[in-house]
Write a protein that binds this ligand. Sequence first.
Ligand code: RB5
Length: 145
Amino acid sequence: MKIGLGSDHAGFDLKGFLKTELKKDGYEVIDYGTKIKKSVDYPDFAEKLARGIQNKEIEMGVLICGTGIGMSIVANKFKGIRAARCCTIQDACLARQHNDANVITLGGRLLGQELALEMVKVFLETPFLKGRHLKRVKKIKKTEI
Ligand code: RB5
């Protein structure tokens, strides 16, 4: 699976760690930046990754800022993006099973590396359950302009 990673300065170190580990696991990874650790603005990187999903360069994405909140706010502005800010493995699992989320957003200042990696793996590997959840996701899509 081809996935995208993006972060601001607050998520830079975690992004680097996840990139290395996910590549080891066989994922094809596109890094949408930031490429250096100086202070940057998270909306710029959320937009780059969201556009990557819209133009089918990648299937799913991981966005990291200090809390994961800013990245989720921005990513969810883009049509076709369902970004879930996750703090636990259960969040990551349910965001896929119930919401068919295609972006996980993480708090680089809140999560340990190993927990973050486990959450990302669960997110990438868990299928959407469809069933009763499908009509709800369809309603989300209908609200998109
Ligand atoms: C940057 O200091 C911080 O505000 C940003 O990474 C993020 O947490 C915003 O939601």
